[in-house]
Structures are given as structure tokens and as C-alpha cells.
Design a protein around this ligand. Structure first.
Ligand SMILES: [Zn+2]
Ligand SMILES: [Zn+2]
Length: 270
């Protein structure tokens, strides 16, 4: 299994999960053209796309979902609440996801994990192929033990580290937006992300972490990784992470399960 971040952040989120014979797109928050270009760059034929999994209905996760589903004749998978909010035309096939109920798509098991966010029925997504497991959790105001449990066997954990709390307060965002972002149904800050990673390290499993959905104004890759590593050091948990990578907005980051420690990053030419 290979996991590729195609885009991350409030300007668009999309993650490709490649199995042995097919691929899944988790969120499609960038243009159809960008998705096609970026997946083609990876050498993955779009015809192997088996479905599009949508975590929730916010614009930065759904931009090209319907267009791609239509073009490649694949279903959209999402919770009942998300599907209802999306109001997809009836000629697009949709498959409802039930919280904590695994579903096999091609050779990839996906399990939706409920999260706290200001959307209809938002989910984090756990993906598994044989013994390899990744969890993708963005857009959540707080984390809970349900998400911790989902990460027990995860080799790769993608966790939101949206903002540095101090920077958010000093940012130019409107007061109501700052409150929304910092709320329990908003976005995780760097410290919360660090505490989550420290918590999942309790089982002493060594793994990889990606820091996702970084705010352009209220965070930076350097700041996110510094804050997260400080929290992990305070909890003697840093050694359980082989790599910790802040995801760039518009560059691919590739995690390959073959070695379970390989990771590469290359510039997007868009
Ligand atoms: Zn988002
Ligand atoms: Zn959202």
C-alpha cells in the first residue's frame, strides 16, 4: 500500500491510497485538472481509481469529487450525513459509510471514525491492506479515545496540526472565525496534535506521522514540527516516530508501505 498526499490545507485536501490493483482517493478538494495531473505524475493510471471517499462536505474536501466520480464512473463513499449535505445528483453512485463499520473496496479496507467538526457527519478514515494500516484524520476540534484506538495498528498516522494557538489569536482572521477554528468542532492546534501523537505512542509501536491541514497564516511547517516534537519529548514519546513530516500545500508526499520507513517528497510543477 502506498499513501500519497496530493494536497493539504484549507486551499484543498486530497490523499491517494494505492492498493495492489486499485486506488482510492480520500477527499478531492482540488480541481479535477490538478487531481488528474498529480495522479498521472505518480504513474498511476486513473482507470485504477475505485472510488472517492469524502470525509465531510466542506469545500476544501469536495471541489472535484462529483466531476471525478462522473468521469471515471466510480462511486462516492461518505457518511449518510455527508451524502445528504452533498446532495449529489442521482446518476452518481453513492455508498453510505457507517461509523466504525469496515468496508472492503477492491483490496483496501476502509473504516470511518467519527470526529468532532462543524460538518454534518464528519469522519476520519482508517485504511488497511493486509497488515499495513494508515489513519487519515483532518478537520477535528478535539481528539478522543475512539481515534486513539483506530491508530493502534497504524504504520502511518496523518493528523491535523492546523495552527499554533498564539499565531491564530494574532492572525487577521475575524474574531468569529478564530473562535470557530479553536473550538471543539474546529481544528486541532499543534499542541493538541502533539498530545494525540504522545497518546498513541503508549503502545510503543514505531510509526510515521504526517502533520496535515496546516494553516497558511497561523502555522508553518517548521513551527508545527517544533511544537509537536516538544510535546513528544515532554512525554518521552519522540522515539516512537520514525519520521514526522509536515505536509506541504501543493507538493506530493509519498509514503510506501513496502519498507514501512520509506518516504519521498518531490516538487509539483504546477
Ligand atoms: Zn478542511
Ligand atoms: Zn472542514
Amino acid at each position: 500500500m502506498q499513501v500519497v498526499s496530493l494536497a493539504s490545507g484549507s486551499s484543498g485536501n486530497a490523499t491517494l491510497v494505492q492498493g495492489e490493483s486499485g486506488a482510492l482517493l480520500i477527499d478531492a478538494g482540488i480541481s479535477q485538472r490538478s487531481v488528474v495531473q498529480r495522479i498521472t505524475q505518480l504513474g498511476t493510471p486513473l482507470e485504477t481509481l475505485r472510488g472517492i471517499v469524502i470525509t465531510h462536505e466542506h469545500g476544501d474536501h469536495i471541489t472535484s469529487a462529483v466531476a471525478l466520480a462522473q468521469r471515471y464512473h466510480v462511486p462516492i463513499f461518505a457518511s449518510h450525513g455527508t451524502l445528504h449535505a452533498l446532495a449529489v445528483a442521482s446518476h452518481i453512485r453513492t455508498v453510505p459509510l457507517q461509523a466504525l463499520q469496515p468496508l472492503l473496496i477492491d483490496d483496501i479496507h476502509i473504516t470511518p471514525i467519527p470526529v468532532s467538526h462543524d460538518a454534518a457527519e464528519p469522519m476520519a478514515i482508517k485504511v488497511q491492506l493486509k497488515s499495513v494500516c494508515a489513519v487519515i484524520a483532518t478537520d477535528l476540534g478535539v481528539w478522543d479515545e475512539c481515534l486513539v484506538d483506530a491508530c493502534t495498528d497504524a504504520d502511518l498516522v496523518v493528523i491535523e496540526a492546523n495552527h499554533e494557538r498564539e499565531r491564530l489569536h494574532l492572525s487577521s482572521y475575524a474574531p468569529h472565525l478564530k473562535l470557530r477554528i479553536a473550538s471543539a468542532r474546529g481544528h486541532l492546534d499543534n499542541i493538541q496534535a502533539g498530545l494525540f501523537l504522545a497518546r498513541i505512542a503508549h503502545n510503543k509501536r514505531r510509526r510515521h506521522a504526517w502533520l496535515a491541514h496546516l494553516s497558511q497564516e497561523a502555522n508553518s511547517g517548521d513551527l508545527a514540527i517544533r511544537s509537536v516534537r516538544t510535546v513528544l519529548r515532554m512525554h518521552q514519546a519522540e522515539q516512537y516516530f520514525a519520521t514526522i513530516t509536515p505536509l506541504p500545500r501543493n507538493q506530493h508526499v509519498v509514503w510506501g508501505a513496502e519498507q514501512r520507513s520509506s518516504q519521498s517528497c518531490f516538487l509539483d510543477d504546477l
